[in-house]
Write a protein that binds this ligand. Structure first.
Ligand SMILES: [Zn+2]
Length: 452
């Protein structure tokens, strides 16, 4: 995810403004960054007015340069410098920023854990700031203060964590309904990600389906929600899906994943909805077959979605092609293991660093929905090929992921965690919504519009 923030980061002026203003702006900047909701589900990079901009506006309307914010998390076995190079941060900047935090005694690079939230702020490929949420309520931030040196600060706030339970019925899209009940962008996106492996969000989610979410909320001393955190439980119950997943970090490889009650992982070899599904709704686009959605004419599945919706790599692999491809428009093809390939067409643009030869991980953003090539409206055209033949991705039987039952000790740990989450759910005084009768579910409306 990336943000485009207009700021006045003309550094010569920044230096002129002097240390007092610099520090003040710095703090405002930090507060802005800290309390900012993650805008992961935003379809297009958004222009966000920051406090720093407001402060500077009076004395400088000069030439504001766009500042790009990237939010990510430290991956298993990834180092902080590996993360920075993944985000294309120049090595020298990355090194100086990290050293400033190490020298200040704020971080020990050997003790950083996967999942750590890191944000980078760049201005014309130069790193201007690096923020690390080292623990809830404690953010480390280092910001470029002159030509090349970085000034680190630590921002602490006394936060307590509690778990929030929300339950609702889908009336529009998961995104709108989830937000209305109080979840943040990130929680709804995470929720959709959990189900992206085996649910086709365009055709298998119906108005009336029920969902439930349990996530952390960090509350400050005044009882105000400072931020929302990890999703611990995600459930969907409806016409085509009836599944619930619990968040659990496996002790052996330290990977966080979501597991069903029986310990079966949500993760599969390929995603069924390789797109940010939170904003998709069954009423949004053309529906063909209620379950398959597969169009035999052009051997793919279409997901109608707003232009700019992030498109994900359906599985780990290597980008084989990222270029214009006739009627497919802007096109990405990824080679996976075991003779599988996936292709993504009509993109408005490519994801950061996506080019032929690039290795991608499942869930990486490889592009954004568009309508390039022979297309009459914004949609993702998604194809899966097995040994050179196009197959229907929506009915493809893929092996399930890890089963915790295979490791009895770990399964026991999972059961403890699962029961804790269920206990939090039971404490909630929210009523369990009644399941909608299966025969009340809407059927495919048949308004098939060929938009490929
Ligand atoms: Zn298509």
């Amino acid at each position: 995810m990336e943000h485009v923030i207009r700021t006045l980061s003309d550094r010569s002026r920044f230096a002129q403004a002097g240390m007092f203003v610099a520090t003040f702006v710095f703090i405002l900047f930090v507060i802005g960054a800290f309390s900012g909701e993650t805008e992961a589900a935003e379809s297009e990079p958004e222009v966000i007015p920051t406090l720093a901009t407001v402060l500077f506006e009076a004395e400088d309307y000069g030439h504001p340069r766009p500042m790009v914010r990237q939010d990510t998390t430290l991956q298993p076995r990834e180092t902080l410098s590996g993360l920075m190079s993944r985000l294309d941060i120049p090595a020298g900047d990355a090194h100086r920023a990290m050293m400033s935090l190490i020298d200040a005694g704020y971080i020990d690079t050997r003790r950083l854990r996967p999942g750590l939230a890191v944000s980078t702020f760049t201005d014309e490929a130069e790193l201007t700031a690096l923020a690390i949420d080292i623990e809830p309520g404690r953010r480390l931030l280092t910001k470029r203060v002159d030509g090349s040196s970085f000034l680190p600060v630590e921002i602490k706030s006394k936060l307590s964590v509690r778990q929030e339970v929300i339950r609702g019925t889908i009336t529009n899209s998961l995104y709108r309904d989830g937000r209305e009940l109080g979840a943040g962008d990130q929680q709804v996106v995470d929720f959709a990600q959990v189900f992206a492996y085996d649910v086709d969000f365009q055709r298998e989610l119906y108005p009336g389906d029920e969902f439930e979410l349990v996530y952390d909320v960090m509350v400050d001393e005044r009882g105000e929600v400072i931020r929302r955190g990890d999703v611990h439980y995600a459930a969907l119950r409806g016409g085509a899906v009836d599944k619930a997943f619990y968040r659990f970090t496996t002790g052996d490889d330290n990977v966080t994943d979501y597991f069903q009650f029986n310990g079966e992982s949500a993760t599969r070899f390929l995603m069924k909805t390789p797109i940010n599904g939170a904003r998709l709704s069954s009423s949004f686009g053309p529906r063909r077959h209620p379950i398959s959605g597969y169009n035999r004419m052009h051997k793919g599945t279409d997901f109608a979605a707003p232009t700019g919706t992030p498109v994900y790599a359906a599985g780990h692999g290597t980008v084989e092609r990222a270029s214009r491809n006739g009627g497919y428009g802007n096109y990405v093809r990824i080679r996976h293991a075991n003779g599988y390939k996936t292709a993504y067409a009509h993109l408005s643009r490519y994801g950061p660093g996506i080019r032929s030869g690039k290795r991608v991980r499942q869930g990486d953003i490889i592009g954004y929905v568009g309508s390039t090539g022979a297309s009459t409206g914004p949609h993702l055209h998604y194809e899966v090929h097995v040994n050179g033949r196009a197959v229907n991705a929506m009915t493809l039987k893929l092996p399930t992921g890890r089963k915790l039952e295979m490791a009895p000790e770990m399964f026991a740990e999972f059961q403890v965690r699962r029961d804790e989450i269920d206990a939090a759910r039971a404490l909630s005084d929210l009523p369990e919504p009644a399941l909608m009768a299966a025969n009340d579910l809407p059927t495919a409306n048949g308004n098939a519009v060929e938009n490929h």
